[in-house]
Design a protein around this ligand. Structure first.
Ligand code: COA
Length: 537
């Protein structure tokens, strides 16, 4: 049994109550936005959709999932406040849930949002979902109801590497890996979009509403002069009886989703990697108390051990090198019974803390223990003494270890995420299997004040060379727009809307997310020998 973390939080103090009210308020604000986004397109669009006899996108997902299955939604804030805020969820719902006992990545178009067409962020989200499927060896279900590419933005969706074509490339790669690809065509599947069902291993199409064609009736008319109806051109009867593009004919959405469930029921069960697991136990402290621990202003530090105590089983934490490199906490704990390594910040990273981080990552990687990163980092320590001590060398070692460690990693940004600290603590560029933010988090290359000071200083020097001096008022006028931009761009909603993360989560539910995530990643653990790049010593 590992030692327990003894909390020193006074839940009756004024500061605790103030923080609790503030952070709970932020969580409620985010939940409200999430619920509004989840409604999908306009009420009118939803009514038209229902009148056509179709289920709404979330009804389809609910219907296809096993009873009581969780649904780990990916990027529920995608495109928030972008595209005139008219593309909730970027017009596509994606997430992991159980179908016929299998964990499946579901990617479903929302036809009530711009006809289910693919905007740049729709594509980014679809590809992110496929990447998660590939990394965790998950089969996929595509519920198709889409007008294909969003034509006005074709230059941002069509030609580049991670644009529309990459979706079909990924389908081929996933299928090649033996990961079942299933499509339910419950609406249009137009132009390039026709390849989603056509590239699947097995495809179901709904009679009356489902249609697949490379060129729709208006395009056919324009190109060849041929007059043809949707049904005649690419309806369900055509594709199940004449072309063979689809395999199963369904009478309506429900029937199609039942058929999808039947397809998954014939898929042999994958045996997950056996991660070290004990009997799970709840933390000794209430997860809710996290609201009272997080400060209202992230400039104020907080002890990450207090957070760990509210996430891990029995609040037990076997800390590694507790007296060394103290601004980085590392150690072993269990979450839902699973053994994990945890790395959390408790201040800026110094050379000793970076060395300790790299050492701990090596321990976990050789033992095949997944690593959880809890980011609250303003960066690496700067200044002459630290440059001379080789902070860049120590930092590179930790970044190297994170980049090459082959165990699954999870990152939760629980506070600040700035500069190279983001890299060393497994930011998005380091491929954690999942990355979430808390509503209080902030992410940017540096703090707004530092960026404004730096840019103002550069300008002041430039003008000085030209013989012009700026007064304080002019310098402040230079800084203000930079401060405003940084404030806006470092918010979690800004990040989540652009898929820099997989979603903003309620701090009190972090443990639940992690338990599900560990179950998911256990489907793909790299069993080969761990290798590293060259560490600069
Ligand atoms: N690009 C951009 N916007 C599109 C679009 C496309 N390919 N297809 C549809 N839209 C937009 C419409 O302008 C409309 O926008 P609005 O909500 O701002 O008014 C919205 O999507 C809904 O379109 P609408 O035709 O009213 O809905 P519908 O449910 O009756 O039909 C489609 C949806 C997708 C079947 C139909 O619009 C269609 O066939 N579109 C063309 C598809 C196509 O040829 N795509 C080729 C791309 S590779």
């Amino acid at each position: 049994m590992a030692p327990k973390i003894a909390s020193s939080i006074d839940t009756s103090s004024e500061i605790y109550k103030k923080r609790y009210a503030y952070n709970k308020g932020r969580v409620e604000e985010i939940s409200k936005i999430r619920a509004e986004i989840a409604e999908g397109g306009s009420q009118r669009a939803r009514e038209i959709h229902k009148k056509r006899g179709k289920l709404l996108v979330r009804e389809r997902i609910e219907f296809v999932l096993d009873e009581g299955s969780p649904f780990l939604e990916i990027a529920p804030f995608a495109a928030y406040d972008i595209y005139d805020n008219k593309a909730p969820c970027a017009g596509i719902v994606a997430g992991i849930g159980k179908i016929s006992g299998h964990l499946v990545m579901i990617v479903a178009n929302d036809a009530t949002v711009k006809g289910g067409t693919y905007l740049p962020l729709t594509i980014k989200k679809h590809i992110r979902a496929q990447r998660i499927a590939m990394e965790n060896r998950l089969p996929c279900l595509y519920i198709v109801d889409s007008g294909g590419v969003f034509l006005p933005l074709q230059e941002d969706v069509f030609p580049d590497k991670e644009h529309f074509g990459n979706i079909f490339y990924n389908q081929a790669q996933l299928s090649k890996e033996g990961l079942l690809q299933v499509a339910v065509v419950a609406g249009f599947s137009t132009a390039g979009g026709a390849y989603v069902p056509a590239m699947c291993d097995q495809t179901v199409i709904v009679k009356g509403t489902g249609a697949i064609f490379i060129g729709g009736p208006p395009l056919v008319k324009a190109a060849t002069g041929e007059d043809v109806s949707v049904e005649e051109l690419g309806g369900a009867n055509v594709h199940t009886k004449i072309s063979g593009v689809a395999d199963y004919l369904a009478s309506d959405d429900e029937d199609a989703l039942i058929k999808a469930r039947e397809i998954f029921s014939t898929l042999p069960k994958d045996k997950p990697f056996e991660l070290d697991r004990d009997t799970p136990s709840e933390p000794d402290y209430d997860a809710d108390e996290i609201y009272g621990i997080l400060p209202t202003d992230l400039k104020k530090p907080f002890d990450s051990r207090e957070i760990i105590a509210r996430i891990v089983d029995s609040s037990e934490f076997d800390e590694f090198k507790p007296e060394y490199g103290r601004t980085l906490i590392s150690g072993f704990a269990r979450i839902g019974g699973y053994l994990v390594g945890i790395i959390a910040n408790n201040g800026v990273i110094f050379p000793d803390s970076a060395d300790k981080g790299a050492h701990f990552i090596e321990l976990c990687s050789y033992r095949k223990i997944p690593i959880l990163f809890l980011q609250n980092i303003t960066g690496f320590m700067i200044g002459k003494a630290y440059e001379h001590a080789g902070i860049a060398r120590a930092g590179a070692k930790m970044i190297n270890a994170v980049a090459t460690s082959s165990v699954p990693k999870f990152t939760v940004i629980i506070g600040n995420s700035y500069g190279a600290g983001n890299y060393a603590m497994c930011g998005r560029g380091y491929n954690p299997r999942f990355l979430w933010m808390w509503p209080n988090a902030k992410i940017a290359v540096m703090g707004g004040e530092q960026a404004a000071d730096t840019l103002a200083q550069v300008k002041v020097n430039q003008l000085k060379r030209a013989g012009k001096e700026l007064n304080t008022e002019e310098i402040n006028a230079l800084k203000q727009p930079i401060l405003d931009d940084y404030e806006r761009q470092s918010s979690p909603l800004y990040s989540s809307a652009r898929l820099w993360d997989d979603g903003i989560i309620d701090p009190a539910k972090t443990r639940e997310y992690l338990m599900l995530a560990i179950e998911i990643v256990s489907h793909n653990i790299d069993k080969s020998k761990q290798r590293y790049a060259i560490f600069r010593m």
